[in-house]
Design a protein. Structure first.
Lengths: 544, 775
């Protein structure tokens, strides 16, 4: 682009961009790897004219003006080709000659990424780093007041219950009268939250499932994973691995006819059914799988034609109120597996969560409630929804738990928390904090993408292009040219590593509290925070 | 062992002594020289430890009764302790060398943190025995000998020492090692004999018993059995095959978890359950094996395409005649000046007259170089040089004939094109010489007469001209239509547009003025007012000045649209432009404006455009706003009658020539019975062109050769070879296709799709396309 040219309001310089490519002419070997790998074509080979004026000292010789041309890597400044900071260029550069740097100044690009009147949409999660979970301390160290435990040598029972637990007297009565006793699963409290086959690439999804199967069968850890709203591969539906799967049903009902067809052929029941009403990253908004991700494979699994965009509406069309939604949806889903499989709804974090919960307490079938907080991730949503909509998970889960305590039902309806757990890498601490605030278990998504497959996305607005199918790590792409960068086996291994290390870390947290055989659900006397108002709000101790 | 013991009772006057008091008594006795002590214990703590006051002397401690916890804690190497019954917890706690014999069972925590010394137990022990034991390299390792079995969590965090568990009369015959032994074990060895229920595999491992270790065990076993008084058991315990030896894993061994590999799990569990290809093996048969980040071939995300001449250069695209100007520069670069000159004749019969002199050169206005602020390549140079263009040999006549009414640029252009394709085109025109406005109206100052004459002569040689003596009358076109295959209307716009104001008869049209000026038939006087300040008005002003006019005023109702050479020359002649001026009347004095102002004039010229004469047209020729209506092929409502030039739409000379060329192509297609080729190429995106290779300091071009060298040849390969050299993979090669033909080709097995070729190409010939979708 010539330097002297007419400009438009959206003509930006490199300085105006969020991510700026720093390129070192001295180190560059012009190998072409960076431009070949850049997912968004933010860089290109540039031809540069360089002038040197040579003038002899003393001016006793004629001076000369020499033009030379050199080739180098140039960043495009058109916001349509803005660098996303993924740094794949740095990854492939043999000489460390190139790297994106985040602007040291206020982002100007943000004002220009709505061209054509389309507000920005992206993947990832709320672009706000950190959160309150990291500030919660575990400050009730029992040591000598309870038998001191050692995470390294004591035996732990890290398990939680998914399903409606009847009060003992009711349970006994049902038993006596041959009544229905709700199915309850004993599972590992760290659940891989729902991410659809479609949002995720084949090796990513298979890798997660394989890792989960390994943990169950080789490590005897009853880890569960939810499918997300994208159906479930027919082979998985007909395999014994289905028992490790929580099938999600959401407003698009993608793939559910295939699931129905598979029911008669299932060897085992699925772990549970999750009814998705909302998602923390984009509460009140639906999903959208863009047409370019809907290839033959995804179309087959979802039961739709190829190459069409698949929107999931924000709401289920046949539901009009909480009561109705809960009652009829839960009934239908229980019925599909002969009332043998727990069914629970998942909602986005909201100040109205209590209304949902109170309805569930009155519904004898409700197997639990999952709440996804504002820091949850997504493959595609409007930036404005992601950044501004939703409710933090800590306060939401706490309110719900204390509400159950007030009703005397805290041991009957398990709450599951999601959204930003492990956002800064502190997975076990965040999970333990939520469990002690009242969650029976936690769901993770983004964390397992980062830890399990090297997702580069972050809350500094790095990468976050899951929505356009160009994931440079092959995690959220349906293009074999990208997803073959990822090996399902490696993902599975990382899932196993993550769970084993999480397991140890969780023990390191709960052992000093004197807990080993049951999860410290709601054990909030162990929690403290150095913020008075947060402490008040969460009903935990204010510590300084 | 001494026979005489110094007796210390743990009870005095029926009162149990505090542990502190008993300890004082023991220490005092040792300090006093007692070396054999018999302690009657009543649960006191820590008996037998810390007896350093005896120095190097051996101290014998015999404990009867019920000892408390931590017998022999902080034990010294000079001390030998013998419990005559069972022991409580923590026997030998932090023992630093004492030998302790327990003639019975022992409780929990036996030898915890023991660093030196030995503990012999004649029975079983409780939980957490041998935990946190160490071996200091300065001393011999601590030893624990158990005749029976050990309790739960044995050997936790064991960091050194030797334990021997004989398994005689164990508490649990099925498991002599207890529950979860050796968690966190990092050092030491454990000999054991009997069944167990597992141990921490990640910390400990079974190893074979080496000969010297067996010898050591046998030898020391004898001593142990003697010390506990069970020597008779030696044969029972001497069966080597019944013993096992367990050692701590080294840090290096710990890293390797004894887990099934994921590869094995995938193959033997995952795929076995799901079927070949795993989760989706039944749905896709694509290769899903891992690939590197920078693949080649089908796996490249982008593919370079050598799009030579796929897009029009801006000069070519913006030339109404459609001359590929950059192609002419290429020929000049190749040293083929003659061909560069001749090439133009394929497009225009007036390469010198128009391109060199009369055309405002839209090609130059469009030149890509200007986006970088550089001078456009000067087309007029090659235009002027085209006077030398030689008349090519014309093909023999086909017998198909076309009548062209009007010998101006449009008519000549179409006749020229048809003749070049072997068809006869006869021009009907009233002028003596062909050329239309070029010959009759354009001031001589604008073009050397010899250039125009030479080009008209070149035309005259091949195009027959019927010199009409009078205007065509109604009905004559129909006759021509019968005699010829096609008729082309190209009579131009020769009727000056008039103003409906009083005194309009005093006006002279610009055409009449310019014609008269050329032939010398006009004397404009000193003051000339020109109504209509466009380029033709400017020509009038220039000519009027040449003929002696001194006050030249051009008026217009709006800001004058004149530009370029015409405007400059008029201004140089002293012309004044005024607007907005609304003419009310033309009087003998001059122009009376609506404002009441009178603009005095000797001559008033009206130059507000020309309209075609349409009265001679057949009824069936549709017109629109005074012009002949045509379709995109210049065909009128009569499909055998075409119309081009100013009869259709006023325009530049080059517009008329271009229209002639396009209409000729349409007629040729009809003559040859094929569809006219209307597929229009699009112009290249100028941003594909790289101008950094060119010298930005050039302000004027000295020669056609210099022009050629500075043309970036937008969209057409310069054959510079930069792509071959910039390609990091050496994937691009030039292939000679014979003659002057060549192509740059990409080897897909080497190419990584980096786009360097596209980035470096001066001409913008290389395009990057997304590779074909997979799956």
């Amino acid at each position: 682009m010539p330097s002297n040219r007419p400009i438009t309001p959206s003509t930006l310089s490199a300085k105006d961009l969020l991510w700026q490519i720093q390129w070192d002419k001295e180190k560059c070997t012009l190998c072409g790897s960076c431009t070949a790998v850049c997912p968004v074509n933010a860089i290109e080979l540039g031809v540069h004219r360089k002038r040197v004026v040579e003038t002899a000292l003393g001016i006793d010789k004629a001076s000369s003006s020499i033009f030379k041309v050199y080739h180098g890597i140039r960043q495009k400044t058109d916001p349509a080709y803005a660098c996303v900071g993924c740094a794949m260029c740095s990854l492939v550069c043999p000489n460390s000659a190139i790297m994106p740097l985040r602007t040291d100044e206020a982002d100007k690009q943000i004002y220009h990424i709505n061209r054509g009147g389309h507000p920005r949409s992206r993947g990832g999660r709320r672009n706000v780093p950190g959160g309150i979970l990291d500030r919660i301390k575990f400050m009730r160290i029992s040591m000598l007041t309870d038998p001191a435990l050692d995470a390294g040598r004591h035996e732990f029972e890290i398990r939680t219950l998914l399903g409606r637990v009847l009060p003992p007297e009711e349970s006994l009565q049902h038993l006596r009268e041959n009544g229905w006793i709700p199915p309850v699963r004993e599972i590992y409290p760290l659940i891989i939250g729902s991410m659809s086959f479609g949002a995720l690439s084949p090796p990513m999804w298979e890798g997660l499932q394989m890792g989960v199967a390994y943990l169950n069968e080789e490590m005897k850890m009853p880890v569960r994973m939810a499918t997300g709203e994208g159906g479930c591969p027919p082979r998985l539906l007909r395999s014994r691995f289905l028992q490790y799967v929580i099938l999600q049903i959401a407003s698009g009902y993608f793939g559910w006819d295939e699931i129905i067809h598979a029911i008669p052929e299932m060897q085992v029941d699925p772990c549970a059914i999750e009814i998705k009403y909302g998602q923390g990253a984009k509460p009140g908004d639906g999903g959208l799988l863009m047409w370019y991700k809907v290839n033959k494979l995804i179309a087959a699994i979802r039961g739709v034609p190829e190459r069409i965009s698949l929107p999931s509406p924000p709401t289920h069309q046949t539901k009009y109120s909480i009561e109705e939604a809960v009652a009829k949806m839960i009934q239908s889903m229980y019925m599909a597996w002969g009332f043998r499989v727990p069914v629970y709804p998942k909602i986005s974090g909201t100040s109205t969560a209590l209304a949902v919960l109170n309805n569930l307490t009155r519904n004898a079938y409700a197997a639990g409630l999952a709440i996804d907080g504002e820091d949850g991730g997504t493959g595609a949503a409007y930036n404005v929804s992601m950044n501004n909509m939703g409710h933090p998970i800590a306060g939401n889960i706490r309110d719900c738990y204390l509400n159950l305590v007030a009703l005397g039902k805290q041991n009957e309806i398990p709450l599951f928390a999601g959204g930003g757990i492990g956002k800064t890498g502190n997975l076990a601490a965040n999970a333990a904090a939520l469990i002690m605030l009242g969650a029976s278990g936690v769901q993770i998504g983004k964390y397992i993408m980062q830890a399990g497959a090297g997702c580069l996305g972050s809350e500094s607005d790095r990468c976050n292009i899951c929505n356009i199918g160009l994931c440079p790590k092959g995690i959220t792409s349906q293009d074999p040219r990208l997803y073959r960068r990822l090996n399902a086996e490696d993902v599975a291994q990382r899932v196993v590593d993550v769970y084993l290390s999480f397991d140890t870390e969780l023990k390191k947290i709960i052992a000093p509290l004197g807990r080993s055989t049951s999860l410290p659900i709601g054990m909030s006397d162990a929690l403290g925070i150095d913020d008075f108002h947060a402490a008040e709000r969460l009903s935990i101790k204010y510590v300084v | 062992m001494q026979n005489e013991y110094y007796r210390i009772a743990g009870k005095e006057q029926g009162e149990r002594l505090e542990s502190r008091v008993l300890e004082e008594k023991i220490q005092q006795a040792v300090a006093a020289g007692q070396r054999s002590l018999l302690i009657e214990a009543y649960g006191q703590h820590g008996l037998g430890g810390r007896l350093w006051k005896a120095g190097a002397d051996q101290v014998q401690v015999r404990i009867e009764g019920q000892a408390g916890q931590r017998v022999g804690s902080f034990g010294f190497p000079n001390t030998s302790i013998e419990l005559m019954g069972p022991a409580s917890d923590d026997v030998g706690w932090l023992n630093a060398g004492a030998e302790i014999v327990v003639h019975g069972h022992a409780g929990n925590g036996l030898a915890n943190a023991m660093a030196q010394g030995k503990v012999f137990v004649a029975g079983n022990i409780g939980a957490r025995g041998m935990t946190m034991t160490k071996r200091n390299p300065r001393f011999a390792p601590p030893e624990v000998w158990i005749l029976g079995s050990v309790g739960d969590y044995f050997g936790e965090f064991m960091a050194g020492g030797i334990a021997v568990i004989c398994g005689v009369n164990p508490q649990n015959p099925d498991n002599i090692l207890g529950h979860r032994p050796f968690v966190g074990m990092v050092g030491g060895r454990v000999f054991f004999r009997g069944p167990h229920a597992g141990y921490s595999q990640s910390d400990a491992k079974l190893i074979p018993i080496a000969a010297e270790e067996w010898d050591w065990l046998l030898e020391n076993l004898r001593g142990f059995l003697v010390r506990i008084g069970r020597a008779e058991l030696l044969p029972l315990l001497s069966v080597r095959t019944e013993w096992q030896l367990l050692a701590a894993r080294s840090p290096q061994e710990r890293g390797v978890a004894a887990r099934r590999s994921m590869a094995s799990f995938r193959k033997e569990v995952w795929d076995a359950e799901l079927g070949m290809g795993g989760l989706i093996g039944d749905l896709v048969n694509l290769d899903r094996s891992p690939i590197p980040l920078i693949p080649t071939g089908d796996l490249r995300r982008f593919v370079p395409v050598w799009e030579n001449r796929k897009y029009l250069a801006p000069c070519e695209a913006s030339c109404p005649t459609g001359i590929p100007v950059h192609e002419r520069w290429r020929l000049i670069r190749d040293g083929r000046m003659d061909e560069a000159v001749d090439l133009a004749l394929a497009y225009t019969p007036f390469p010198a007259t128009v391109c060199g002199y009369l055309c405002p050169n839209p090609c130059m206005q469009a030149c890509t170089r200007q986006i970088a602020g550089m001078m456009p390549v000067d087309t007029s140079q090659i235009g002027k040089a085209s006077i030398k263009a030689g008349l090519p040999e014309m093909p023999p006549l086909s017998g198909r004939r076309v009548a062209v009414i009007g010998g101006g640029p449009a008519g000549i252009s179409i006749a020229w094109q048809l003749r070049r394709q072997g068809h006869e085109a006869v021009i009907y025109d009233m002028a003596k010489v062909l050329g239309g406005k070029i010959s009759t109206l354009i001031p001589a100052s604008r073009i050397p007469q010899e250039v125009l004459s030479a080009e008209l002569e070149r035309i005259r040689k091949v195009i027959p001209h019927v010199h009409l003596q009078q205007e065509l009358q109604k009905g004559e076109v129909e006759r021509l239509r019968q005699d010829f295959d096609y008729v082309v209307l190209a009579a131009g716009a020769r009727k000056g547009r008039m103003l409906p104001v009083p005194g309009k008869e005093r006006l002279i049209t610009a055409q009449a003025f310019l014609e008269g000026a050329k032939t010398g038939a006009i004397q404009p006087g000193k003051r000339v007012v020109i109504i209509g300040a466009g380029n033709v008005g400017c020509d009038v002003a220039t000519e009027a000045h040449r003929l002696g006019a001194e006050e030249l005023l051009l008026i217009d109702v709006q800001e004058p649209a004149s530009f370029g050479k015409e405007r400059k020359e008029a201004e140089a002649a002293g012309a004044v432009f005024r607007w907005p001026c609304y003419t009310k009347e033309i009087t003998a004095e001059g122009v009376l404006l609506a404002s009441g102002e009178l603009l005095p004039a000797d001559t008033v010229v009206i130059s507000i455009g020309d309209v075609p004469e349409l009265t001679f047209l057949p009824e069936n020729i549709a017109t629109e706003r005074g012009y002949v209506k045509v379709n995109e092929r210049f065909q009128t409502s009569d499909d055998r009658i075409f119309a081009v030039g100013d009869m259709v739409k006023p325009g530049l000379l080059t517009d008329a020539i271009g229209a002639g060329r396009k209409a000729a192509a349409a007629i040729l297609a009809l003559l040859e019975g094929r569809e006219a080729d209307t597929a229009a190429c699009t112009m290249i995106d100028r941003t594909r062109v790289t101008l950094e290779y060119f010298d930005p300091r050039i302000t004027a071009f000295e020669s056609p050769e210099q022009c050629g060298s500075q043309c970036s040849s937008c969209g057409a390969c310069r054959d510079c070879g930069i792509c071959e050299n910039i390609c990091p993979q050496a994937a691009i090669a030039r292939r000679d296709k014979g003659g002057t033909e060549y192509a740059y080709e990409v080897n897909p097995d080497k190419c990584i799709g980096c786009g360097f070729c596209a980035g470096a190409c001066p001409c913008g010939v290389w395009g990057m396309e997304e590779n074909e979708p997979i799956g």
